[in-house]
Write a protein of this length. Structure first.
Length: 81
């Protein structure tokens, strides 16, 4: 998963920079360092997005378990009354 996110992010960064140069009618590889920077930032963004998604799924599972436990106590633990 991290390798896929890195590759996708790098292509998005490269594509963004090339699209920017195309809109301004400049040569595609006018400043190659900008492409490298765009690829690095795109890869970083995609990896952080993948990490955030994984952490979000873990937090959701914890919240669902807490809700199930609270509902079981609420509806099935009526012996205390």
């Amino acid at each position: 998963m991290p390798a896929t996110a890195t590759v996708i992010g790098a292509f998005l960064g490269l594509g963004t920079q090339m699209y920017s140069n195309a809109l301004r009618r400049l040569p595609y590889m006018r400043h190659p360092w900008e492409h490298v920077l765009g690829m690095g930032l795109g890869a970083l963004f995609a990896n952080q997005l993948a990490n955030w998604d994984a952490r979000l799924k873990e937090d959701l599972e914890k919240m669902i378990e807490k809700a199930k436990a609270a509902n079981e106590l609420r509806y099935f633990d009526v012996d205390d009354e």
